[in-house]
Design a protein around this ligand. Structure first.
Ligand SMILES: [Fe+2]
Ligand SMILES: [Fe+2]
Length: 487
C-alpha cells in the first residue's frame, strides 16, 4: 500500500507509551535547516544541472539505468553537431532529449492496469522488443499478467491482442502530450515541446500517436529516438550490437540519414568511451549550448518544482494533486509559525519535490489495494532516500534535499530512511511531514475513501509528539480556514 497508508496505519495503532511518554521538545531544541534559505538569483543552479538531476527521476520511472536521459542528450548532441545544427537548435535539441521522458509517469498506472504487470520492467523491456508483429506478440505474451490468476491473465492477453493498436496509441498519446505540456511549463518553446510529443513516431509511419512518417516527424524527435535506441542497447548489449541494431532499424523506426551519421560517429572509440565515462554528467552540463546564459532565478525554480511535482503526482491516480496540496498546506503552516517569505518559498519547493523518489516505485505497489509484503514495503520506503539523493545532485540543493528526504522520519526515531529522532529533524521537515500526513489522510487511497477532516485531525492528534510536531499540528489546525477546509 502507498506510503501514506502505512503512515496512517501507524497513526491509528494504539501508542503503547502515549500520552505519558510523548516526546516533548524543550523550547529551542528543534534544529533548523543548515544554511538559511536564500534568494537564488545570481547564484542559483544552472538549468542543465537542475534538469539533468531531475531527469534521473524520469529514468527510474522508465525502468532505465540511471543517467539514460543524460546519455541520450549526450548522444543527441553528437548527432546534432555532426549535421551542423546552429547553437539555438543545439540548445533546443539538448532539452528535447534530456526531457524526452517527462510524460513517462502519466501512463504508468494504465500500463500496470492493462497488462497486470510492473510498469517499470514493462517500459524498460518494450524499448528492446522488436516492432514487428511477431516480436510485439512475443513481448505481450512474456509480460502480461505473469503474477495474476489464469483467468485475469487470459482476459488481459485477449484485450492486448484484440486492441493492441488502440492501446499503444492511447499509452503513447498520454505520455507524449503530457511530456510536451511539462516542457512548456518548464518554459521551453514549441520546438522542444513538439520534439518530445513526437518521440514515438517512426520513420516508416508505424509509430504513434499520429502515425507520422519521414520528414513529417520533427527532427529533434527523430534524433531523440535514435539516441534512445543507442543508449538502451549500449547499456544492455554493448557497442557492436548497438551498431547492428541501429542498422536493422534504419528506414523502419529510424531516419536512415541520421543512422548513416551515427554510423560514422560510432566508429570513433572515444564516442563510446565518453558515453560510458563516470564524469559524463559533468561533461554534459558543460556542453549545454547557451544562446544567452539563462539564470534559474526564484520564479523559474518555482515553476520547475511545480512541474516536477506534477510529474510525480501523475504516477498514480491516488496521488493526483498530492504534492501541490502538501506544498499549499505546508506553506500555510509555515506562515502560522512565523517563517519569512524566503523561507516559505524555499520550503514550498521542498514540499513540491518531497516525493520525487516515488517515480522509482512500481505502480503495482503504489496502487495496490491490499497490504504490502516485506519486499514491497522496502521498495516503497526507498522513495524517501531517492528523493534526497536526486535533489542532492543539484549543488545548491543540499539542505533542501535533506529536508525533503526526511519527510517520513518520526520524532521518536521510528521513521525512515535514517531513523532520525527529534534532535535531528528540522522544523522545515516537520512542516512537510505534517502537511503530508494531513493530505494522505484526507485523500482517497486504493483501499479506502478520504477521511473527513475532523477524523483525520483526531488520528493525527494521537501521534503528536511521537511522529508529528506539536507546534506544526497546532499551526495546521489554525490554518485550515485559510485553506478553505472546513472542520
Ligand atoms: Fe513520501
Ligand atoms: Fe507524500
Amino acid at each position: 500500500m502507498p506510503i501514506e497508508t502505512r503512515m496512517e496505519d501507524q497513526l491509528t495503532l494504539p501508542l503503547a507509551d502515549a500520552p505519558g511518554n510523548v516526546v516533548r521538545l524543550p523550547a529551542g531544541a528543534r534544529p533548523r535547516a543548515a544554511g538559511a534559505p536564500a534568494r537564488t538569483s545570481g547564484n542559483g543552479p544552472r538549468l542543465a544541472e537542475l534538469l539533468g538531476a531531475l531527469s534521473l527521476a524520469l529514468d527510474m520511472t522508465e525502468g532505465q539505468p540511471a543517467g539514460h536521459c543524460q546519455r541520450s542528450c549526450w548522444i543527441g548532441q553528437h548527432i546534432g553537431r555532426a549535421i551542423g545544427l546552429s547553437t539555438l537548435e543545439m540548445r533546443e535539441l539538448y532539452y528535447a532529449t534530456l526531457l524526452k521522458d517527462s510524460g513517462c509517469s502519466s501512463n504508468a498506472a494504465r500500463v500496470c492496469q492493462l497488462f497486470l504487470t510492473d510498469d517499470r520492467s514493462f517500459k524498460r523491456d518494450v524499448k528492446i522488443a522488436g516492432s514487428s508483429l511477431p516480436g510485439m506478440f512475443r513481448f505481450v505474451l512474456s509480460h502480461t499478467g505473469l503474477k495474476a490468476g489464469l483467468a485475469d491473465r487470459f482476459r488481459a492477453l485477449v484485450n492486448a491482442v484484440q486492441n493492441g493498436g488502440q492501446i499503444a496509441r492511447e499509452l503513447t498519446e498520454t505520455r507524449c502530450s503530457r511530456g510536451a505540456q511539462i516542457a512548456r511549463q518548464l518554459r521551453f518553446g514549441d520546438a522542444v515541446a513538439e520534439g518530445i510529443a513526437s518521440l514515438d513516431e517512426h520513420w516508416d509511419g508505424s509509430g504513434a500517436p499520429e502515425g507520422m512518417s519521414g520528414d513529417e516527424i520533427p527532427l529533434y524527435s527523430r534524433i531523440a529516438l535514435l539516441a534512445q535506441v543507442v543508449d538502451v542497447f549500449h547499456t544492455s548489449v554493448g557497442a557492436q550490437a548497438t551498431r547492428e541494431e541501429v542498422a536493422r532499424r534504419s528506414g523502419r523506426l529510424l531516419d536512415p540519414r541520421l543512422c548513416d551519421v551515427f554510423d560514422v560517429i560510432s566508429r570513433d572509440a572515444d564516442f563510446w568511451r565518453g558515453l560510458a565515462a563516470e564524469d559524463l554528467e559533468q561533461r554534459l552540463f558543460e556542453m549545454e549550448p547557451a544562446r544567452q546564459p539563462q539564470p534559474v532565478d526564484d520564479d523559474y525554480l518555482d515553476d520547475i518544482a511545480l512541474a516536477f511535482g506534477q510529474v510525480v503526482d501523475a504516477k498514480s491516480p491516488f496521488t493526483a494533486g498530492h504534492s501541490e496540496r502538501v506544498a499549499l498546506v505546508a506553506d500555510q503552516v509555515s506562515r502560522g509559525l512565523g517563517l519569512d517569505e524566503d523561507q516559505r518559498r524555499w520550503l514550498r519547493r521542498g514540499a513540491l519535490l518531497h516525493d520525487v523518489g516515488k517515480l522509482g516505485v512500481s505502480n503495482t505497489i503504489l496502487d495496490k489495494p491490499g497490504k504490502l509484503d516485506a519486499r514491497e514495503w522496502a521498495e516503497m520506503q526507498r522513495h524517501a532516500l531517492q528523493t534526497e539523493l536526486i535533489l542532492a545532485r543539484i549543488g545548491s540543493f543540499g539542505a533542501l534535499a535533506r529536508v525533503a528526504g526526511a519527510h517520513h522520519e518520526k520524532l521518536d526515531g521510528t521513521g525512515y530512511p535514517r531513523g532520525l529522532d527529534a534532535r535531528h529533524i528540522r522544523l522545515e521537515t516537520r512542516i512537510i511531514t505534517t502537511a503530508d500526513i494531513f493530505d494522505a489522510l484526507t485523500a482517497d487511497r486504493p483501499y479506502r475513501a478520504a477521511m473527513p477532516t475532523q477524523q483525520a485531525l483526531a488520528v493525527m492528534r494521537e501521534s503528536v509528539g511521537s511522529a508529528i510536531d506539536a507546534d506544526c499540528f497546532a499551526a495546521l489546525e489554525r490554518a485550515l480556514p485559510s485553506l478553505g477546509i472546513r472542520c
